[in-house]
Design a protein around this ligand. Structure first.
Ligand SMILES: NC(=O)c1ccc[n+]([C@@H]2O[C@H](COP(=O)([O-])OP(=O)(O)OC[C@H]3O[C@@H](n4cnc5c(N)ncnc54)[C@H](O)[C@@H]3O)[C@@H](O)[C@H]2O)c1
Length: 433
C-alpha cells in the first residue's frame, strides 16, 4: 500500500481492526459496500431512511440493479452478517454513503450528509471511526461534518478517527471495482488516514493512497470534472464538424493516433449523478475562477437541444409526427435515469403539438410513452433516434426501416448504416456542403 511521506510518523498502536460497521445510505454505493464488508468478516448494520429499502434488505432482497449483488446480499443476510434498520446503533465504524445532489440553482444539497452526520452523534464512543464516502464539495469533512461530530463532546483528534474516502465505482461493475480500484483515503490527521486504510485493506486489492480530507474531496471532483470538460470539447468539435460537412468521429480517431492526444467522444449530452453534478460543487465554491468548468457543463447541458434541432432539421417539422427513441437511461446497459440527457430530449419533444412518442428501453419498466413493441416502434414511425447504446440494440434489424435514423452514439453497425443509406444520420457528422 502507498502512503505519502508525511504520514509515516503515525502512532501505529492506535490502529486496531474494527468489528461492527454502521453504513448510512443503502443505495448504489452503500448497499454493495455493506455486502462487501459483511462478506469479509464484519458485522454490518445498514441504515436507510427509506423503510422499503430496509424491509427488502432484511428479507435478503435488493432495491437496485447490479450484477451479482442480489446473490451476495442474500447470502450475508441469511448468515446474519448484514441487517438493516431505520436508525443507527453503536458501532466501531460509521460509513456515510447518502446522496449529494444539486439543487435547481446548481448548488450542492448537503442536507443528507448533514442529517446522516447528526444521526450518528448520539451513538459515538471513544475510538470510533467515521468515514464519508459521498462525493462532496471541498471542505465538507472539515467544515460541515467535524463541527457536528464535535457536539458529541469527543475531541476529534484524540478520541475519534475521521476521513473522506470517495467512491469511484461504476454501476454495472460495482462489486469488481470495489475490490480492484485504487482508493484514496483523506483523514483529518495521519492516524485517521491509516486507520481507515486498514479497514479498506480487508477487501481492496488496488493501491490505497493517503492524503488529507479536502485533497481527497477535490480528487474525486476533479476526476469527474476532467471527463466532463473533455466530453464538452468533443461535443464542441461535433457541432463544428456538422457545420463543415465533415465527420468528427474521423477527426477524433485520427487525432488520437498521436501519442499524447486523447479526445473523448461526443454524444447527446452528459448524464448521471456524477459527471453532470460534481463539477458544480467546484463552481459553487469558486464561481469567479472556474470559467472552463462552468462552460463545459453548459456546453454538455446544451446537447439535448442540439439533438432536438438536428431532428427538426431532418424532418422539417416535428408537428404531428411520430418519433421513436431507442434508449432513455443516462448510459448503456443500466436502469439509471438520473440526469439522463435523453429524457431532456424527450421533454423537448413532448412540447411539440400533435407529436407521438414511442420510447424503447429494455432496462426501464415504467416511464411515459414506453412501448415493448419494438417492431412497431421501428416501422410505424417518422423518425428514429438511437439515444443510448444498450447492447441489445446491436441486434436490431434496420432492413425494413424506411425513415431517418439519427445515431447519437456512433453505434449502428456498418451493415445497418448501409441498409439505411441516406436515411442514416450521425451526431458529429455533417453532410457535404
Ligand atoms: N452511484 C454511483 O455510481 C456513485 C459512484 C461514485 C460515488 N457516488 C456517490 O455516492 C453517494 C451515494 O450515491 P448513491 O448512488 O448510492 O445514492 P442512492 O440515491 O442510490 O442511495 C442513497 C440512499 O441514502 C438514503 N438516505 C438518504 N438520507 C439518509 C440518511 N440521513 N440516513 C440514511 N440513509 C439515507 C436514501 O434513502 C437512499 O437509499 C453520492 O454522493 C454519490 O455522488 C455514487
Amino acid at each position: 500500500m502507498n502512503s505519502n511521506e508525511g504520514q509515516k510518523s503515525v502512532k501505529i498502536e492506535r490502529v486496531t481492526m474494527s468489528k461492527k460497521i454502521c453504513i448510512l445510505g443503502l443505495g448504489y454505493i452503500g448497499m454493495p459496500t455493506a455486502a462487501m464488508f459483511a462478506s469479509n468478516g464484519y458485522e454490518i448494520v445498514g441504515v436507510d431512511v427509506n423503510e422499503t429499502v430496509v424491509n427488502q434488505l432484511n428479507k435478503g432482497e435488493i432495491t437496485i440493479e447490479e450484477p451479482y449483488l442480489g446473490d451476495l446480499v442474500k447470502q450475508v443476510v441469511s448468515e446474519k452478517r448484514l441487517r438493516a434498520s431505520v436508525t443507527p446503533e453503536e458501532a466501531d465504524v460509521f460509513i456515510i454513503a447518502v446522496p449529494t445532489p444539486i439543487m435547481d440553482d446548481k448548488s450542492a444539497d448537503m442536507t443528507y450528509v448533514e442529517s446522516a452526520t447528526r444521526m450518528i452523534v448520539p451513538y459515538l464512543k471513544k475510538g470510533d471511526t467515521i468515514i464519508l464516502e459521498s462525493t462532496s464539495p471541498p471542505g465538507t469533512v472539515e467544515k460541515l461534518m467535524c463541527p457536528i461530530l464535535e457536539t458529541s463532546g469527543f475531541d476529534l483528534h484524540e478520541d475519534l478517527y475521521v476521513a473522506h474516502s470517495p467512491e469511484r465505482v461504476i454501476p454495472g461493475k460495482i462489486l469488481i471495482e470495489l475490490v480492484e480500484n485504487n482508493r484514496i483515503v483523506g483523514g483529518i490527521n495521519e492516524a485517521s488516514s491509516r486507520k481507515v486504510m486498514h479497514l479498506y485493506e480487508s477487501f481492496v486489492k488496488g493501491e490505497i493512497y493517503l492524503t488529507d480530507a479536502t485533497t481527497a474531496e477535490m480528487c474525486k471532483l476533479m476526476e469527474n470534472t476532467f471527463r466532463d470538460v473533455n466530453i464538452s470539447l468533443a461535443n464542441e468539435l461535433a457541432i463544428i464538424c456538422e457545420q463543415m460537412g465533415i465527420n468528427a468521429w474521423d477527426v477524433i480517431e485520427f487525432a488520437n493516433k498521436h501519442p499524447r492526444v486523447f479526445i473523448h467522444q461526443p454524444g447527446p449530452g452528459v448524464g448521471g449523478h456524477c459527471l453532470a453534478v460534481d463539477p458544480w460543487f467546484i463552481v459553487e465554491k469558486f464561481p469567479e475562477d472556474t470559467k472552463i468548468i462552468r462552460l463545459a457543463r453548459e456546453t454538455n447541458d446544451l446537447m439535448p437541444m442540439h439533438v432536438f434541432k438536428r431532428l427538426k432539421g431532418i424532418l422539417g417539422t416535428l408537428r404531428n409526427k411520430t418519433v421513436t427513441v431507442l434508449g432513455i437511461t443516462y448510459k448503456p446497459d443500466i436502469d439509471d435515469l438520473r440526469e439522463s440527457p435523453i429524457l431532456q430530449l424527450v421533454e423537448l419533444l413532448e412540447e411539440i403539438e400533435g407529436i407521438t412518442l414511442k420510447l424503447v428501453d429494455p432496462y426501464v419498466s415504467e416511464y411515459r410513452h414506453l412501448t415493448e413493441d419494438v417492431q412497431d416502434a421501428l416501422t410505424d414511425t417518422d423518425m428514429i433516434i438511437l439515444g443510448v447504446n444498450h447492447h441489445e440494440f446491436s441486434e436490431l434489424d434496420f432492413a425494413d426501416v424506411k425513415v431517418p435514423v439519427l445515431d447519437t452514439r456512433n453505434f449502428l453497425s456498418k451493415e445497418s448504416r448501409e441498409q439505411l443509406g441516406d436515411n442514416y444520420y450521425l451526431i458529429g457528422k455533417g453532410r457535404q456542403l
